[in-house]
Design a protein around this ligand. Structure first.
Ligand code: ADP
Ligand code: MG
Length: 398
């Protein structure tokens, strides 16, 4: 998939009203509703500032949580608006609805350099249904559509794809960065390219494994998903997580790798325990001979070393999925070792996947990665080589 989409820098936004789709779906405290991580709002600031500085009036919009088409006051965008006001240092006008009288009145009177925020798009069932009339109503408030919501581009919703039918449509800076880094992995990676895949399930990442095999020089498989591969090769995996219905697929991928001359590295040793608990005793065992009482919860030191050696010899690394149950310190060593090895190279390093990204942040290594993708599901589908509706709908560069 090769995208060559226009960005905000390719068009004249001055004096225009811009409908800006952001991903302001921030994590909030279950009880107080307080925003616990402002990362997604901060990530949208460069595009917002660019638009305001270049004389646009910005109508920002996003979804928050899963209201499922119903008005839920606890999922109001108002706290996001307050955070934006604080970050931008100018007042953000907060609409009380999405396409109703409050939004329209604010949009009509908005002048260049001003910004407003619509209410939660998913208060309307028409948003996720990609209802064309709703999309047209949204679009009718603006002259241009800009999208920076990478986390939502794999969904064809009214605000992510539908509105592009009615307006000139371009990417914001954040989305453009994602397209560039992830696109280069698929189109023109600096070789050797190593793909590291982990996490709990093979079935989540079928398309990614298959597509990356065609691009990469080596594939390192760790995490829970490795056990499906090990069992498919006849190994004993004890009570480790395994998807029996994916064993044929695992064999198919091993055969595909062999045909393409790509080396697949599977764990040779595993940190195992009788149960998944913070202070449980653990031991290092061969990955293909795990006693029936035990489950594999992290890659072992020998595997870590082998993986880190491959990483050190790479010029590009793409990583999706932790090597073990990193949420517990006892099983975080493999994930930490891999993260450190990547941080220590000067290769192009890209992390996709929500849990892998939060592991990297937890380790305090985020500054030493080239790019940490802001979209879990979207980055997976991008790496699968799928055409993503929220990007495909944008105007191509001439
Ligand atoms: P990402 O969000 O980075 O794509 P996933 O969601 O696919 O990653 O997987 C993350 C989860 O996988 C983590 O919660 C982690 O605890 C779990 N995991 C990793 N290794 C194992 C394992 N050996 N057994 C069970 N769960 C695992
Ligand atoms: Mg995840």
């Amino acid at each position: 998939m090769h995208y060559n989409k226009k960005t905000v820098e390719d068009i004249d936004v001055s004096g225009k009203k811009v409908l800006l789709r952001c991903d302001f779906n921030v994590p909030r405290d279950k009880y107080t509703g307080r925003i616990t991580d402002p990362g997604r709002v901060i990530a949208a600031l460069p595009t917002i500032r660019y638009l305001l500085d270049h004389g646009a009036a910005v109508i920002a919009c996003s979804h928050l949580g899963r209201p499922k088409g119903v008005w839920k006051p606890e999922l109001s965008m108002a706290p996001v608006g307050e955070l934006l006001t604080k970050e931008l240092g100018i007042p953000v006008k907060i609409a009380r609805d999405v396409v109703g009288p409050s939004a329209r009145m604010l949009a009509d009177t908005l002048i260049p350099g001003e910004i407003m925020l619509l209410e939660n798009l998913r208060f309307h069932p028409e948003e996720e249904a990609n209802d064309p009339l709703f999309a047209r109503e949204l679009a009718s408030m603006a002259d241009i559509f800009v999208t920076d919501a990478f986390g939502c581009v794999h969904r064809a919703h009214a605000s992510t794809a539908g509105v592009a039918e009615y307006l000139p449509s371009v990417s914001g800076m954040l989305l453009n960065t994602e397209i560039r880094y992830l696109g280069d992995i698929l189109d023109k990676p600096q070789k050797p390219l190593t793909a590291i895949l982990g996490g709990s399930k093979v079935s989540d990442k079928l398309g990614v494994i298959s597509n990356l095999l065609e691009k990469a020089d080596a594939l390192l498989i760790g995490g829970g998903m490795a056990f499906t591969f090990i069992k498919a090769q006849g190994g004993r995996i004890g009570r480790s997580i395994c998807e029996s219905d994916q064993m044929d697929y695992a064999r198919e991928m091993l055969a595909k790798a062999e045909r393409l001359g790509v080396k697949i590295y599977l764990p040779t040793d595993t940190v195992a325990a009788t149960e998944l608990a913070p202070n449980v005793d653990s031991s290092v065992v061969p990955s293909d001979d795990i006693y029936e009482d035990l489950m594999g919860l992290d890659i072992g030191p020998e595997t870590s070393k082998a993986f880190c050696d491959v990483i050190a010899a790479s010029r590009t690394v793409v990583w999706n999925g932790p090597m073990g149950v990193f949420e517990y310190p006892a099983f975080a060593k493999g994930t930490l070792a891999v993260a450190k090895a990547i941080a220590d190279t000067d290769c192009v390093s890209i992390v996709g996947g929500g849990d892998s990204a939060s592991a990297v942040r937890e380790f305090g290594l985020e500054d030493r990665f080239t790019h940490i993708s802001t979209g879990g599901g979207a980055s997976l589908e991008f790496l699968e080589g799928k055409d993503l509706p929220g990007i495909a709908c944008l105007d191509d560069k001439e």
